[in-house]
Design a protein around this ligand. Structure first.
Ligand code: ADP
Ligand code: MG
Length: 351
């Protein structure tokens, strides 16, 4: 397979458009983001991410790896005990230095989040249509309650529910329907980026597949960017273009989603992909394997490579030497000393 990089930037010979900087910034660029809770719990440590419009980035990792902290940090939705450093550039504008008024405008309209537990995130005593209408009214001073309710009905239809379900209370809906309502809410203000934090984890497999297809369809139709967070690498490989695998607050592997799933370069990526086989794999060679142990407590990280205590191929040096992300062939990067070793190179193409 030939890897060609296509750039869609301006032609070098084209006369420059002085109204904006050369080369549009990506939709989202996160640079060296750290989040520390209470001064002692480094839950996110130096994460870099990039999402273009229309692109779907998956973030994988076991529970406790810092995925939700990262998602919430992107819109500064963390508690005051969390200290953030780095840059979160949304269309080139840093979320971390935005004034509150601007931040409120960016939440929902610039980027919006779909959370895992729809039952807990929706308000039990309000009709779902009113809950979808709320951000529309909040963000558009000209919107009338009637217009916002009408839009709520349209949004429900867009996520596959009859507009009349706007009258329902959350408890009158199934888990899958509630998650559709959450997605309708996330779409309410036409965001450019949707962050979905384990959007299907609480749902059964059939409903999970429907919701994933719905999210994919919406992203394709509206040319928004998507960050999809899951512990299930197989789900992300099916849904996303690119994948970042997190361990102990860091990205330890990144690259094209299917490649990362099929032949991860970091031992943690390999363990995750073996733990979550695709349906087709179950009937064939790949048996699911668990990874012994748990991710480390961020308040007491092991020295060296934080994965070394669980790593099946760790060298002695891994107990003392930390690893940064390094080139791992093609568009891939991995934070493992063995990426450079011939033994870890067997999956790389010979071209
Ligand atoms: P994930 O979403 O990958 O499961 P989280 O971002 O929820 O991971 O958590 C990462 C780490 O941060 C965990 O060790 C968790 O205990 C810790 N953590 C999460 N929220 C808080 C908080 N509000 N205060 C202190 N520690 C927290
Ligand atoms: Mg989480």
């Amino acid at each position: 397979m030939t890897a060609t990089t296509t750039t869609t930037g301006p032609e070098p010979s084209a006369s420059p458009d002085l109204s904006k900087p050369v080369g549009d910034p990506p939709l989202l660029e996160v640079r060296n983001l750290t989040v520390t809770y209470g001064g002692t719990v480094p839950a996110v440590r130096g994460v870099d991410l990039r999402v273009e419009a229309g692109q779907k980035l998956g973030i994988a990792g076991e529970s406790g790896c810092g995925k939700s902290t990262l998602a919430l940090a992107l819109l500064r939705l963390l508690p005051a005990t969390a200290k953030l450093t780095g840059e979160i550039l949304l269309d080139g504008e840093d979320v971390l230095t935005m004034k509150w008024g601007r931040l409120r405008a960016v939440r929902w309209a610039g980027a919006s989040i779909v959370f895992q537990g729809a039952m807990h995130s929706l308000n039990a005593v309000h009709r779902v249509g009113d809950q979808i209408a709320e951000p529309i009214l909040l963000h558009n001073a000209k919107a009338t309650p009637a217009a916002a309710r009408k839009r709520a009905g349209e949004l429900l239809e867009q996520v596959g529910l009859p507009a009349a379900r706007a009258q329902a209370y959350p408890h009158e809906l199934s888990g899958g329907q509630r998650q559709r309502v959450m997605i309708a809410m996330a779409l309410a203000c036409d965001p450019r980026l949707i962050i979905a934090d384990e959007p299907t984890t609480a749902l059964d497999v059939m409903i999970q597949a429907q919701i994933l297809r719905l999210i994919e369809q919406l992203v394709a139709d509206q040319d928004v960017g998507l960050i999809m967070i899951s512990h299930d690498l197989a789900v992300l490989a099916d849904t996303c273009d690119r994948l970042s695998v997190m361990y102990a607050g860091r990205v330890v592997e990144e690259g094209p989603a299917r490649q990362v799933y099929a032949e991860a370069r970091h031992p943690y990526g390999r363990a995750l992909s073996a733990a979550f086989p695709r349906i087709g794999d179950l009937a064939s060679r790949r048996a699911p394997r668990g990874l012994p142990g748990d991710p480390p407590d961020p308040a007491a990280l092991p020295g060296g490579c934080t994965f070394h205590p669980r790593c099946p191929v760790a060298l002695d040096s891994c107990a003392t030497e930390d690893q940064e992300l390094r080139e791992a062939g093609g568009e891939r990067r991995a934070a493992c000393v063995l990426v450079d070793a011939p033994a870890a190179d067997d999956s790389r193409s010979t071209s």
